[in-house]
Write a protein that binds this ligand. Structure first.
Ligand code: 9Z3
Length: 322
């Protein structure tokens, strides 16, 4: 049966095998930080797949590398938030994102002395590695970040709902920062073949169905008091702001971060019910490696503080264990 509502989606698509383990981790993390009155942000990151076979050889995917989510998670930690980093498996992650490809190996040197071989960081790389390593160690020592991962769109939704259920208790201290590039289309479970599609059967005709909009139950039922930020991606500038505003009107959440595929790493527009604020990096900033997420997170943290104050939450610095 093709699912058209979110309830049908969860009824038809079973939870992933590691779901209960992840649910326990989420529960423990949220309860621990709630106990100390900490703020928690759920950062979703990376793209979702749509499998074409149950024993999946082929799938539909999208462009997202998870740069936005991984970078934002670091800035939220810096701002004193506990972070649930819910990401596509093998997409970029906070801290390690700085050392993709061969970068890490290029920072090391080896003294090959047989059984006494040693490896060290090149002196000129210490300045690069040390601050990142220090922030990484501090975040992990404080138990301030939890990583949970998904691959398919169905896994994403199961994790998203479970995270929301755990965050609901935090009321206005919870923030959702939904930066993942979630597929709008999928193939309902009962239309997906079990085994690898055979070319001998001819070219397949694959019909994709619309994914139910989860933002509606999320805002209204799952985390009604949380500060919810969604992201809107377009490729046509003319559609960007009208569609961001339409999403706000429809779902009544707090903010949409609007971005174009082509310019997403140096220009975004923060759209909220009463204002739009453009953030643009200068050419020099881009050249110097400034992350636009630093400014996005700074502004969102500021408006989240107002939201908490409005909800009667004390806006205090994080306490132990952060
Ligand atoms: C975004 O718009 C993110 O900013 C990006 C970040 C995915 C563009 P990267 O991972 O890219 O840094 O390479 N995320 C949401 C995109 C999305 O799928 N939005 C949907 C929509 O626009 C659902 S809310 O309709």
């Amino acid at each position: 049966m093709a699912s058209s509502t979110w309830e049908e989606f969860f009824a038809v698509h079973l939870p992933p095998p590691d779901f209960e383990d992840n649910r326990s981790l989420l529960k423990e993390f949220c309860e621990r930080h709630d106990q100390y009155g900490n703020k928690i942000v759920l950062v979703t990151s990376g793209g979702t797949t749509v499998p074409l076979e149950h024993n999946t050889v082929r799938f539909v995917d999208n462009f997202s590398a998870g740069t936005r989510g991984a970078s934002s998670a670091e800035y939220f930690l810096e701002q004193g938030y506990a972070v649930i980093f819910m990401h596509r498996q093998k997409s970029l992650e906070p801290f390690t994102r700085h050392f993709t490809g061969q970068k890490l190996l290029d920072m090391l040197e080896i003294q090959d002395r047989g059984p006494n071989t040693s490896i060290s960081v090149k002196p000129d790389s210490v300045d690069v590695l040390a601050p990142i390593l220090l922030r990484y160690k501090a975040a992990h020592a404080a138990g301030a970040i939890l990583h949970v991962s998904f691959t398919t769109v169905s896994e994403y939704f199961w994790l998203l709902r479970a995270a929301c259920e755990c965050l609901a208790n935090l009321g206005a201290r919870a923030m959702l920062y939904l930066a993942a590039a979630v597929s709008d289309f999928y193939i309902p479970k009962d239309r997906v073949p079990t085994h690898k599609m055979q070319s001998a059967c001819g070219a397949p005709i694959i019909q994709l169905h619309l994914v139910p909009k989860m933002l509606a139950p999320l805002v209204n039922l799952w985390v009604p008091e949380a500060y919810v930020v969604s992201f809107k991606l377009e490729t046509d500038e003319n559609l960007l702001i009208p569609k961001a505003r339409a999403a706000l009107d429809k779902y009544k959440h707090k903010m949409v971060v609007a971005n174009l595929l082509q310019t997403r790493h140096h220009r975004v527009i923060l759209v909220s019910p009463d204002v739009s604020q453009e953030i643009v990096l200068t050419r020099e900033e881009v050249h110097a490696g400034v992350d636009i997420e630093s400014s996005i997170v700074c502004e969102i943290v500021r408006v989240h503080a107002l939201h908490m104050r409005h909800a009667g939450e004390p806006v205090s610095p994080p306490r132990s264990p952060r």
